[in-house]
Ligand binder design. Structure first.
Ligand code: IPE
Ligand code: IPE
Ligand code: MG
Length: 253
């Protein structure tokens, strides 16, 4: 049997996506309200943004509120919206300093007006930044995204004879961004929960037991080291002579 390709320690994912799960259980295990878990989770979010931006990651996508999360008690949903409003205000100066471009993806209908305004302002203020693209998925569902793309694609006359997948992809909410290379889920569950279904078609999946508020530099470092040891094949056969190793290609060529 041929020896596997050696790992390349510095092979970096271009696009990291995170399902930040476990806030509620983190709080409940301490006898706290679930909203305390969301507040503590925000601390981890800040640390993760700094970490991946410093490491030169091109795109970081964070799942903050799913289409299905509308099914939670209204008190929790309202507490989350309040937290998003204050977080955008509090974090914007540092994000601008770091040159981060903010982009929100998801269905905004039903969001409080103040939140929608903050989202729009943050996007406008960071649009021309040249650093990491930070995608916040709010009111997002992978099926919603594919459906809204299909509708707009049909309205445009179903373009894309030669490269149909790329053209269709340009109608998705993540238009212009690379496919997800590394998808991380914290909190112990091993499911996608309707996150970036199309975009993560060939992502490497890393499931961590740690609740999101407990994630620290150790887990973040581990995510990149773990990714660097993956051998991505995209359906092809890879032998040592071909020299293809994890992370060298981050989308299907
Ligand atoms: C993820 O944490 C954050 C959101 C969905 C907003 P959860 O709130 O799902 O936490 P658990 O899974 O109940 O512990
Ligand atoms: C996924 O977590 C959504 C976010 C992290 C925003 P959930 O806690 O909502 O997912 P399920 O219900 O366990 O699938
Ligand atoms: Mg959860």
């Amino acid at each position: 049997m041929p020896a596997p390709n050696p790992p390349v320690p510095d092979a970096l994912p271009r696009h990291v996506a995170i399902i930040m799960d476990g806030n509620g259980r983190w709080a409940e295990s301490r006898g706290l309200e679930r909203s305390a878990g969301h507040r503590q989770g925000l601390e981890t979010t800040r640390r993760a943004v700094r970490f991946y931006a410093t490491r030169g990651i091109d795109t970081l996508s964070l799942f903050a509120f799913s289409s299905e999360n509308w099914g939670r008690p209204s008190s929790e949903v309202e507490a989350l919206f309040d937290l998003f409003v204050s977080a955008i205000e509090a974090e914007l100066p540092e994000l601008r300093e770091r040159g981060v471009t903010l982009r929100f993806v998801g269905e905004r209908a039903g969001f409080p007006g103040e939140l929608r305004q903050r989202m729009q302002d943050a996007e406008d203020l960071t649009r021309d930044n040249g650093g990491m693209c930070l995608v916040i998925a709010l009111g997002y569902g992978g099926r919603w995204d594919i459906l809204q793309a299909a509708r707009r694609w049909a309205e445009a006359g179903m373009p894309g004879d030669g490269d149909g997948e790329a053209v269709f992809g340009s109608f998705l909410a993540t238009s212009g961004l690379p496919d997800v290379d590394l998808l991380i889920r914290t909190g112990g569950e091993q499911r996608i929960s309707n996150f970036l279904l199309w975009q993560a078609a060939y992502a490497e999946l890393l499931f961590l037991e740690t609740y999101w508020p407990d994630v620290g530099d150790r887990e973040l470092e581990h995510s990149l080291a773990w990714y660097g040891r993956r051998q991505r094949r995209f359906g092809r056969v890879r032998g040592p002579s071909e020299g293809a190793v994890a992370g060298v290609e981050s989308s299907r060529a």
